[in-house]
Design a protein around this ligand. Structure first.
Ligand code: NAD
Ligand code: TYD
Length: 353
């Protein structure tokens, strides 16, 4: 039995789908179902008796303790978070609440329950490259020991959560591992992040807003590769250590959006919006916009044998094909109708299924 937090979100739901398809043990999925939590992401595992869903806030210590006592998990993989930088710029409070206080309450629940935990218990904390802050363009990729220098409220809240986990490792012997992940993309990603937003807007013939000069670099990793890495860290990552996960294929926002435009032209040959590159529009710079993220992932390759499998071009093509084949998902998410889908299909709040 393992517990996943945030398993109705983008990366968490990929983890749940992989786990149910490829492992044999049970999984408890704790998710508050915020705007980005969507049970439609879990339709593939909906009827599976090894998947147990609990709608709860990670900050609700009593409920978390109850789940831990009931299921005695051998691991917790902590994905739940407020995850979008732009939202954190406009309204940081939820980020402080969930990412810092929520992680703290979750850690306290684990600490209170620890004596009853299985001997092999492990806490895997999912963090981000953003805690290390902005690198200059062309700077070398950084290792796990780089100094923290978060540059926006989201990054700062994740850095604070990391520090809490590190403190619990040292102070309370929490058997934890931290994972720093670069930008993920793939199916089921909420269309507020760059790649799904550009797909949704490109399909609708709307402008594709590029912040500033568009030369900012991100290292894009397909979510299936990220989750395979996280599963390897769960299985073999050393307690007290951090592991970078990165694709090593950093490119500028203009490059990645240009690739998507060309794929849209190819996969939608009848589109009236061709060539889609004409939709690209430079807009005002994002406040505090980090120039470049680049992680060195040698450690996970060396220790755990992880290598990404999906190239950026193949991954973007597969992702676009997925959005084209799942227009109802996209429309439901954009319109907010998935809330109704949840009510129709599950008809509950704060109930277990
Ligand atoms: P997401 O926004 O798609 O999903 C977050 C999930 O957490 C949602 O299902 C939401 O309902 C749930 N949640 C939010 N607040 C909660 C709370 N208080 N209690 C319980 N559940 C709550 O995010 P994502 O992109 O899947 O990111 C998952 C994790 O990976 C986050 O910790 C994020 O910081 C980290 N990360 C993401 C990326 C990326 O590119 N998406 C990169 C590096 C790290
Ligand atoms: P995003 O997907 O928000 O991830 P992060 O900020 O966590 O890296 O953004 C990725 C990059 O794309 C980032 O440099 C900001 C840029 N961006 C745009 O230029 N326009 C947009 O509309 C969005 C959402 C992002």
């Amino acid at each position: 039995m393992i517990v996943v937090t945030g398993g109705a979100g983008f990366i968490g739901s990929e983890f749940v789908r992989q786990w149910i398809a490829e492992e044999s043990s049970q999984l408890v999925n704790i998710d508050k179902l915020t705007y980005s939590g969507n049970l439609e992401n879990l339709a593939a595992v909906g009827g599976n008796s090894r998947h147990h869903f609990v709608q709860a806030d990670i900050g609700d210590q009593a409920v978390i303790e109850q789940v831990l006592h009931e299921h005695k998990p051998r691991a917790i993989i902590h994905f739940a978070a407020e995850s979008h930088v732009d939202r954190s710029i406009h309204a940081p409070a939820d980020f402080i609440q969930t990412n810092i206080d929520g992680t703290f309450r979750l850690l306290e629940a684990v600490r209170a329950w620890r004596a009853a935990a299985p001997k092999e218990f492990k806490f895997v904390h999912i963090s981000t490259d953003e805690v290390f802050g902005s690198l200059p363009l062309k700077a070398a990729a950084i290792s796990e020991s780089a100094a923290y220098a978060p540059g926006n409220p989201y990054a700062a809240s994740k850095a604070a959560a990391d520090h809490l986990v590190r403190a619990y490792i040292r102070t309370y012997d929490l058997p934890a591992v931290i994972v720093h992940c670069c930008n993920n993309y793939g199916p089921f990603q909420f269309p507020e992040k760059l790649i799904p937003l550009m797909i949704a807007r490109g399909l609708a013939g709307e402008s594709l807003p590029i912040y500033g000069d568009g030369l900012h670099e991100r290292d894009w990793l397909h979510v299936s590769d990220a989750v395979r890495a996280i599963r390897l860290v769960l299985a073999g990552g050393r307690i007290g250590e951090s592991y970078n996960i990165a694709a090593g294929q950093a490119c500028s926002n203009l490059q990645v959006v240009g690739m998507l435009c060309d794929l849209l032209d190819e996969l939608r040959p009848q589109s009236p919006f061709k060539p889609h590159r004409q939709l690209i529009k430079h807009v005002a710079e994002r406040p505090g916009h980090d120039r470049r993220y680049a992680l060195n992932a040698d450690k996970i390759a060396r220790e755990l044998g992880w290598q990404p499998q999906v190239s950026l071009l193949d991954g973007l093509r597969q992702t676009l094909e997925w959005y084209l084949g799942n227009k109802a998902w996209l429309e439901n998410v954009v319109s907010g109708r998935y809330r109704q889908w949840i009510a129709d299909n599950y008809g509950w709040r704060n109930k277990r299924s």
